[in-house]
Ligand binder design. Structure first.
Ligand code: SF4
Length: 309
């Protein structure tokens, strides 16, 4: 958090520090908290030729801090994932490469390939402690299989940072403590999130924080990061699953052009001023859940005020 607050004091940034690139927008699970059923986009893996163009459109001299190879789907469904990791690493355009996965397609052989290609970390979304709750929350009765994969992965002791995550819902909240206990002595980071509804597209009833203040908070995402959809279009953030806020295409434009372009600047201005009516942000609980004290720092950054007020 402190590091992030420092980033805010350095805004506006000449270049993003993080980029999500969607390796695949399909998924092999059916989680309760997902947005997948809300959109009719063609399910596909990103073509390696498009991915290479995207990477080549990131200037080497402005290294990103991190690339996440996930956005709307399960990255392990992309068979060329290790080639993607390797290509980004060989171009030297990002300090770190990571992705979030549901872990069902993990094998030690694949992880070995990823690590040799340059993968730095992975997050495995577990979201349960028992097979019953896993089946309920993730839509498939595959908990035991996942648990076995995680244990086997940890035994291999790869040079890889691993985190296990848990999104808290009504259905699984009673298992959070047991989940934490189960993994507390393992060499993993435990990450816990509250559920958010992907800008209103997941209609599941949720226990949202700060529900009433949704329009009064600035989101920092488009001020330090960008997300690339499976078709190469660039979204303002990884929560824009409906591709409602497209600010360019990384398959055909340079990242700098998009980052400092009019479309993204207009979004930042709208966020700063709280004019959210034309943006998915108007229904977004994600911005509120995680970053409450970041907003005041943004408001007191004089350069941001001068640019966007
Ligand atoms: S408010 Fe939500 S949708 Fe808007 S940029 Fe932030 S995270 Fe994305």
């Amino acid at each position: 958090m402190e590091k992030h607050l420092k980033t805010i004091s350095e805004m506006p940034l000449k270049f993003p520090i993080s980029l999500n690139i969607d390796a695949c927008n399909a998924c092999n699970l059916k989680c309760l908290m997902c947005f997948q059923d809300s959109y009719q986009f063609r399910k596909q893996t990103m073509a390696i030729s498009l991915y290479k163009k995207i990477i080549e459109n990131i200037p080497e001299e402005n290294k990103l801090e991190i690339i996440y190879l996930h956005k709307d789907g399960e990255p392990l469904l992309n068979k060329e994932l290790s080639k993607m990791i390797d290509f980004a690493k060989s171009k030297g355009i990002s300090k770190r490469i990571s992705f979030t996965t549901n872990g069902q397609l993990l094998t030690n052989d694949r992880v070995k390939e990823f690590v040799s290609a340059g993968l730095d970390s992975i997050n495995i979304s577990v979201d349960a402690f028992s097979p019953e709750i896993y089946a309920l929350v993730k839509g498939r009765n595959m908990y035991k299989q996942l648990e076995k994969k995680i244990i086997s992965l940890l035994q291999k002791n790869f040079n890889l940072e691993i985190s296990l995550s848990f999104i808290v819902l009504e259905e699984n909240k009673h298992e959070l403590q047991s989940f934490k206990e189960q993994w507390k002595n393992a060499p993993v980071e435990i990450v816990v999130h509250k559920y958010h509804d992907w800008c209103g597209c997941n209609k599941k009833e949720g226990d949202f924080f700060f529900k009433n203040s949704i329009n009064t908070t600035i989101c920092d995402n488009p001020f330090y990061s960008l997300a690339v959809n499976v078709d190469g279009s660039a979204s303002i953030c990884c929560v824009d699953n409906g591709r409602e806020a497209i600010v360019g295409n990384l398959g055909s434009s340079d990242l700098i052009e998009i980052w400092s372009g009019k479309r993204l600047e207009n979004v930042r201005r709208a966020l700063f001023r709280g004019n959210l009516s034309s943006l998915p942000c108007k229904n977004c609980h994600y911005k509120i859940e995680y970053r409450n004290n970041i907003y005041s720092s943004m408001r007191s950054n004089s350069k941001l005020k001068e640019l966007y007020n």
